[in-house]
Design a protein around this ligand. Structure first.
Ligand SMILES: [Cu+2]
Length: 142
């Protein structure tokens, strides 16, 4: 099978153009993609089972892991919600559940980055950092 050597120079040019295009897009991107508030008043009462948007949507909750602590340490979520731990400390940490109930809560050792867990069963989940057991938090799932 004949080997075709990639032409490094042209590849770099392509990457350069792509970056430039990306920067241009980012620079011009002024469109507000945030969730626009939907109309709250409806002239006609909506029928029965449809729930207002937002109530059933799983929430995204972030716990900051920094300065040797979880913040907020105590979080209350609904069943089905996903909690993301955002690791940004100088030291690596873990999220380690305490007791049988929280056994599934078991992150690797993370230096920087995110780790998420979706809570599907109601209850109280206590956890700590296995490297710094004084770092503790609680997730209450309703
Ligand atoms: Cu730690």
């Amino acid at each position: 099978m004949p080997m075709v050597k990639p032409r490094a120079r042209s590849t770099q040019v392509v990457i350069g153009c792509t970056l430039a295009a990306a920067l241009l897009v980012a620079g011009c991107g002024g469109s507000d993609s945030g969730s626009a508030a939907t109309t709250t008043k409806r002239p006609h009462p909506t029928t029965t089972t449809s729930q207002p948007a937002g109530d059933t949507k799983p929430a995204a909750i972030t716990v900051e892991v920094n300065n040797m602590k979880f913040a907020p340490a105590d979080v209350t979520v609904k069943a089905g919600d996903t909690v993301t731990w955002h690791f940004a400390d100088k030291a690596p940490h873990t999220v380690q559940g305490i007791g049988d109930k929280a056994m599934g809560l078991n992150s690797p050792i993370i230096d920087k980055g995110d780790w998420s867990y979706t809570f599907t069963v109601a209850g109280t989940y206590r956890y700590l950092c296995s490297l710094h057991p004084e770092m503790r938090g609680t997730i209450t799932v309703q």
